[in-house]
Design a binder for this molecule. Structure first.
Ligand SMILES: *[C@@H]1O[C@H](CO)[C@@H](O)[C@H](O)[C@H]1NC(C)=O
Ligand SMILES: *[C@@H]1O[C@H](CO)[C@@H](O)[C@H](O)[C@H]1NC(C)=O
Length: 705
């Protein structure tokens, strides 16, 4: 084979500059060389593979059935299956045997993780007229004894007696400022908060800083007696093993370690139903609530914020427990590039029955397994390896996926092509998708191939266009599902898919199979549509000889961000480093597109061309990793991606460049010059990240001019 390099210059560079990037490139180089000496497909076979791939995508679509999906969902949701409990283990076994029965290679990877459960809770209110009443903290009806009572995972235990209730709206900084303006101090009070977009842990943490002694949180729009469970832990992954995989027998922090305690709020909190929240809010006196703090369900009276005169007694007793969690995998080995991976992932653990969240996604994942297994019986084997991932303990803070990512970081970084996430596959009508921008085109092409579930003569793409006027692909800066560790920690290009914007039984005991058949997806056609898009995306990523990544879209998105940024930075701050780096990426992206086009049209398949394709694919795969920065975001170093990640300041409007967004917020509390320098530094960091991406896309160590 005509591989011109010897390993000598590479290893010289490697030993003199032992940075992670060099290590990665060196490993890739070895993989490529080692691999192609073993597996050289002959040209006729490779050419027929392209036609086969198309044929098998059509076969995949023809295997669509709603009855299988509904049966899987029924089986998955017979019992609640909260992570770390016995029914959760049974659900893991169910998924494992489904994969195994289809003849797929399966794998279970367990971790030991710190989880949190409720033991006891009570709430009573004492009115100004001397009467007192118990307020219910559990859901009536729907909730059988087997459903965990509503709670906030990782809330500390606590006892609060005779504290005044106070309403703090969404619990943001601006809400406390508004309260201070009308002379309301929340010190020593129990804060009643309406859940907004900010994380629960962030809201409870701020209430504690403001001096509140406990937080009661309700969700507007939830069914009146429904209570939204959730985690209040900061950050992702098992608190016992920050940054590394929590394997049995491995290092784990001591339970009293301050690193662990810092991830939990200092005051207890509890979710409550809208019904209970309104009964407290209606009894408050004091200043009137601003108009936009009211929620319509509160009733006709103007509404007052307190504090008091209503006094609350609140107790909560929690139990922390080190439990075993189970990630279950099915692996379909690639024929030509078994060491390149396409991952499809969904979490399996649920707060209650989980019919929407997350098992609508699990049912679809199981159906994809069924269809792929049928295709294998007809002779299909993907070019690259496909892995179906069923994660555990996502609800506690993406624990299953994060532990796995941390444990396998180097191999994920050098070998995973893309990660396709589905959490709640169906929560109602309307297709929604998020993606890193190099996957936009693929997503659109695939949406044109799948039948819309709600309008007969349309594809998903047609209906998507009609609903939004433009194709609106969201970006993945949030940390609300398992794409977060894959993208924001490991830099893997990612997609997230779902039907329906939100649903009223979120994290309540009413998220059941009945709700799905009555409201979410009575005919299971939306599930089938998600299976269509998800499964086809994976087939393209696994079978296309040249990866269907387009960095021209990424460049356009980055231009767009930079223009938005221009309106936010003032004074002596220059965006020039970023604009220059984007220009560089634009030209690298154009070149890569040209090269990809040529190679896609190439019908010959010489050894040289096979190597060339492999090398281009590696560059396309690795470009996203360029956006990672070893130092990560300031103050939350675990987040390494400088384009997509959570912002530190919840009031910031930016949903990209989180480091710059944070610096802009922080600068308002600094001297002008210092503030500008801080923003400029973050601009340089982003510019260097974009340069790394272009450099990976070009693939050369020295620019060839
Ligand atoms: C609330 O707590 C105080 C102090 O323990 C107690 O005196 C009072 O009876 C309690 N009220 C109710 C209704 O539990
Ligand atoms: C599957 O779809 C067909 C046609 O829309 C419908 O008649 C049938 O009831 C559906 N089956 C299930 C299990 O929802």
């Amino acid at each position: 084979m005509s591989q011109p390099h010897s390993s000598k210059p590479t290893s010289t560079i490697f030993s003199s500059v032992p940075s992670p990037q060099w290590t990665l490139l060196f490993l890739l180089f070895l993989c490529t060389v080692g691999f192609y000496t073993l597996h050289l497909p002959n040209s006729a076979a490779a050419f027929s593979n392209v036609r086969d791939a198309l044929r098998f995508r059509n076969i995949y679509l023809s295997f669509a059935t709603n009855s299988t999906v509904s049966a899987y969902l029924r089986a998955l949701t017979l019992h609640p299956h909260l992570a770390g409990t016995h029914p959760a283990l049974q659900t893991a076994r169910f998924v494992h045997s489904h994969f195994a029965d289809l003849g797929l290679r399966t794998h279970t990877v367990d971790y030991r993780a710190l989880l949190s459960y409720p033991l006891h809770a009570s709430l009573s209110a004492h009115s100004s007229d001397g009467s007192s009443r118990e307020l219910p903290l559990v859901e009536p009806g729907g909730a059988g004894a087997e459903v965990v009572r509503p709670y906030h995972a990782y809330s500390p235990s606590g006892v609060v007696t005779g504290a005044q209730a106070v309403y703090v709206n969404l619990g943001r900084e601006e809400d406390y400022r508004a309260l201070r303006r009308v002379g309301v101090d929340v010190k020593g009070c129990v804060a009643v908060v309406r859940r907004g977009e900010e994380s629960r842990g962030g809201v409870v943490g701020r209430a504690a800083e403001e001096g509140a002694v406990a937080v009661l949180m309700y969700t507007e729009g939830e069914s009146m007696s429904g209570v939204e469970r959730g985690t209040v832990m900061k950050g992702l992954g098992d608190p016992l093993t920050p940054g590394w995989g929590g394997v049995e027998g491995g290092e784990a922090l001591d339970l009293e370690d301050s690193q662990i305690l810092n991830r939990f709020p200092k005051i207890p909190s509890m979710p409550i139903s809208p019904e209970v929240a309104y009964s407290i809010l209606r009894s408050l006196e004091g200043p009137q609530m601003p108009h936009h703090w009211r929620d319509d369900a509160l009733g006709p009276q103007p509404g007052r914020v307190g504090p008091g005169p209503t006094l609350l007694n609140f107790t909560y007793q929690a139990e922390k427990k080190i439990a075993t969690i189970h990630n279950v995998f099915a692996i379909i080995r690639g024929s030509e590039e078994p060491d390149r991976y396409v991952l499809l992932g969904n979490h399996r653990d649920a707060w209650t029955y989980g019919a929407v969240d997350p098992n609508s996604g699990t049912a679809v994942l199981l159906d994809i397994a069924r269809r792929y297994a049928l295709m294998m019986r007809q002779g299909w084997q993907p070019r690259r390896t496909i892995v179906l991932c069923s994660w555990d303990a996502e609800e506690f803070g993406m624990i299953g996926s994060t532990e796995w990512v941390e444990q396998n970081l180097l191999n994920l970084g050098s070998k995973v092509v893309a990660y396709l996430n589905v959490d709640c596959a169906v929560q109602g009508p309307g297709f929604f998708a998020g993606a890193t921008p190099q996957l936009d085109n693929l997503l659109i092409e695939v949406a044109k191939k799948v039948q819309d579930p709600d309008s007969e003569s349309m594809t998903i793409y047609d209906n998507w266009m009609i609903t939004n006027k433009v194709i609106n692909i969201q970006r993945l800066s949030g940390v609300d599902s398992d794409f977060a560790p894959l993208l924001q920690h490991a830099g893997v290009p990612s997609v997230d898919l779902y039907y329906g914007r939100d649903f009223p039984v979120y994290h309540t005991a009413f998220d059941s199979y009945d709700w799905m058949t009555n409201h979410g997806d009575p005919l299971f056609q939306r599930h089938v549509a998600v299976a269509g898009v998800w499964g086809l995306l994976a087939l393209h990523l696994a079978d296309d000889p040249i990866l269907p990544f387009n960095y021209v879209s990424y460049t356009e998105q980055l231009w767009n961000y930079t223009n938005l940024l221009r309106n936010l930075v003032k004074g002596n701050v220059s965006l020039h480093p970023i604009t220059a780096s984007i220009q560089e990426l634009a030209s690298a992206a154009e070149e890569a597109e040209g090269e990809a086009k040529k190679l896609r049209e190439e019908e010959r398949n010489s050894e040289f061309l096979v190597l060339k394709k492999r090398a281009l694919n590696d560059r396309l795969m690795l470009a996203e990793r360029g956006f990672l920065d070893a130092d990560g975001l300031q103050g939350r170093q675990w987040f390494k991606h400088l384009v997509y990640g959570p912002r530190g300041d919840s009031e910031s409007k930016l949903i990209f460049f989180p480091g710059i967004a944070d610096a802009i917020s922080a600068s308002t509390r600094m001297k002008r010059k210092e503030g500008e320098a801080a923003i400029q530094h973050e601009i340089w960091r982003v510019a260097r990240a974009i340069e790394r991406a272009s450099s990976a896309l070009r693939g050369g160590i020295f620019t060839e001019k």
